[in-house]
Design a protein around this ligand. Structure first.
Ligand code: ADP
Ligand code: MG
Length: 636
């Protein structure tokens, strides 16, 4: 029988170090947090060899008195909390009291400190956990900590170190987060003696953001603000012309603490849906403040993740704030190809306020009725014949949208948008101009007469200001999405009832997922029941999807639902499903359309809110203005 022994402090500290100190950047993070907690107004960080040789941090904060020095490096010793109750109102970065003890265990550690009111400073060295005597030293007011040869006595950790460059990149990221969170502190960073950043204190957040990311990004930022009870969100989000291939440029701070939160990242993605291409991520700098007792910071060793008392509320507040901001802003990017035809330049949008988008803003803010309540029995409408042909023509009779969507009131309709991502490269004529909100076309008038389908995928027609090229799939998808969403909201989805419910065999996970979301699926007109084993019974599905095999449909749905497992908000799961269904139901590139279908599609594009982007954010329509054509043909 193995013997149970009490571990030594040294082993305990090494274990703690394993949690807190993953790499040099973790040390920098802990030291920065301590300096900020100490009330420093200036923090200098110097690093050598990506932090593996040296990390030195100098602050001008409150310092540590001689008597307290041994406590600073003792484990579970902190000046920041006293009782467990304090854990629920942590206003400092630190509180675990184990960072310095852990770091000193696995490095050559030197701490010099002098509180401002004291004459002399003192120095404490710890080598791999062995504390030396405290000796007087000359030092400026504040604290200097030097960490040399991190991991020298933990060879396994050392093996996991990456290149100097990679480690430095991590340090820079940690530094960036702290410096962004505290613009009122003067920060510097140097690597191998070379200055990387010298950021003087400022009360303008934008100035600090600009110092890191440059003027071009800063110019594309929109100020956002929202206050809901005790929760405040303020900051900047980028015009969709500025997006990234990952979510690293989403800096979220909670009460001054940089955090990562999947739900908030999701809310950001959701707000930009349709504005960014799939796979692109928004850029955001958001600062949230809320009472300390509304958040638990003690859920993660490095405190990067926190737990909100009401994360659903925060999610909605963020999403609502962004949606209404976007809906009152013209986010259109004006894409211009210089006459030499080499590169395209993207200008940030100018801001206008198209009034018609207000009602849509209302929708964006209001809770989603259909998603949370079990829906009323769906309207049965059996013989909607084969898809896709039928359904495209069906658009005509389905285009009865509520007032906010009605054609006469929709002056946003005439134009073109192209985000940076529009595939201009493929086009020989590459200027896309934008004319936000000009009420030029009345879609109820005679349909555009001249329209042709080319390559079985694009429709070319004449608009008031130029040649309009429509991506048939993208536009149809967008229209179906809007119509379907309306119907779901009105609990009025046409469904196809199966005379004999169809058993569909799935995997255990798929089956469980579908059954778990039975009510949600019901609101889309999809009825599934448990059949035992891994099989579910499908008894009805949306008429729009008549062309899809039940098995395919259910697999697609469960995939989407599984993907969406992290999504806290049901209405966003529903939205994902709406996108899926409209994509599956829309005509495809390659489908030959009849003249009547072409006319229908063109006429209907004016009834949807954002007919310029498909739900995946690709543009649905491009306009080559007459003026631009004239210019290119050297007429003007
Ligand atoms: P924690 O930050 O969780 O309290 P640490 O191990 O990081 O634990 O620090 C231990 C204690 O040492 C802190 O509570 C604080 O009192 C003191 N301390 C650490 N760094 C500094 C600093 N830069 N300036 C002043 N005091 C410091
Ligand atoms: Mg600390």
């Amino acid at each position: 029988m193995p013997e149970i022994i009490q571990l030594s402090t040294s082993v305990i500290n090494k274990i703690a170090a394993g949690e807190v100190v993953e790499r040099p950047a973790s040390v920098v993070k802990e030291l920065l947090e301590n300096a900020i907690d100490a009330g420093a107004t200036r923090i200098d960080v110097a690093v050598e060899q990506g932090g593996t040789e040296l990390i030195r941090l100098v602050d001008n904060g409150c310092g540590i008195s001689r008597a307290q020095l041994p406590m600073a490096v003792a484990s579970h010793a902190t000046s920041k909390i006293q009782t467990a109750d304090d854990l629920f109102s942590v206003g400092t970065f630190g509180f675990r009291g184990e960072a310095l003890a852990s770091i000193a265990e696995i490095s050559h550690f030197l701490l010099r400190s002098r509180p401002p009111e004291e004459e002399a400073g003192y120095e404490l060295a710890v080598n791999g956990g062995q504390t030396a005597d405290i000796v007087p030293c000359g030092c400026p007011s504040g604290t200097t900590i030097e960490i040399r040869r991190l991991f020298f006595n933990t060879p396994v950790r050392q093996k996991f170190l990456r290149t100097t460059q990679t480690e430095m990149a991590h340090i820079t990221e940690v530094f960036t987060r702290s410096a962004l969170a505290h613009p009122q502190i003067h920060f510097t960073l140097s690597h191998n003696g070379r200055s990387q950043y010298d950021l003087t204190a400022t009360d303008q957040w934008l100035q600090r953001i600009t110092a890191f990311f440059g003027r071009e990004l800063a110019d594309a930022l929109l100020l956002v603000e929202s206050e809901d009870g005790p929760i405040q969100i303020r900051g900047y989000v980028a015009n969709p012309t500025q997006s990234r291939s990952n979510n690293k440029m989403q800096y979220v701070f909670l009460n001054g603490r940089p955090i990562r939160d999947r739900a908030l990242q999701h809310a950001l993605g959701e707000a930009y849906r349709g504005l960014l291409l799939t796979g692109r991520f928004p850029v955001a700098f958001l600062h949230m403040t809320m009472p300390l007792d509304m958040v638990d910071v003690n859920v993660h060793p490095t405190k990067l993740e926190v737990r909100f008392q009401d994360s659903g509320q925060l999610y909605s507040q963020l999403l609502g704030m962004l949606r209404s901001r976007f809906l009152t802003t013209d986010l259109t990017a004006k894409v211009d190809l210089p006459s030499d035809g080499t590169t395209s330049k993207t200008e940030p949008a100018k801001k206008t306020e198209p009034a018609t988008r207000q009602d849509f803003a209302q929708w964006a803010r209001s809770p989603h009725v259909a998603a949370t309540q079990p829906s009323s029995p769906a309207v049965e409408q059996s013989a909607l014949a084969s898809f896709p042909r039928q359904s495209l023509l069906d658009l005509q009779k389905h285009s009865t949208l509520p007032d906010a969507f009605s054609v006469g009131q929709s002056p946003t309709a005439s134009v073109t948008e192209a985000t940076e991502e529009s595939s201009l490269d493929d086009l020989s004529v590459a200027t896309v101009s934008t004319h936000p909100s000009t009420p030029t076309t009345n879609p109820q008038s005679a349909p555009s007469t001249r329209a042709v389908q080319i390559h079985n995928r694009y429709i070319v027609t004449e608009g008031d200001d130029g040649v309009v090229v429509i991506d048939q799939h993208a536009l149809h998808e967008r229209i179906l999405y809007e119509l379907l969403r309306e119907k779901v909201l009105a609990q009025n989805v046409e469904t196809q009832k199966l005379l004999v419910p169809e058993p569909v065999a799935l995997g255990p996970v798929e089956r469980a997922t579908l059954l778990e979301h039975r009510d949600l699926l019901k609101s889309l007109g999809i009825s599934v029941e448990d059949f035992g084993g891994d099989t579910v019974l499908l008894s009805s599905y949306p008429a729009m999807l008549a062309n899809l095999e039940p098995e395919d449909l259910l697999r697609h749905l469960s995939d989407k639902l599984l993907e969406g497992r992290q999504i806290p908000d049901q209405r966003d799961v529903l939205d994902e499903l709406l996108h899926l269904i409209s994509c599956k139901a829309a005509v495809k590139a390659g489908d030959r359309l009849s003249n009547e279908e072409i006319t229908t599609l063109i006429d209907q594009r004016h009834v949807v809110q954002d007919s310029h982007h498909c739900p995946h954010g690709r543009p649905t329509t491009l306009v080559f203005t007459r003026q631009e054509l004239d210019r290119r043909f050297k007429r003007i």
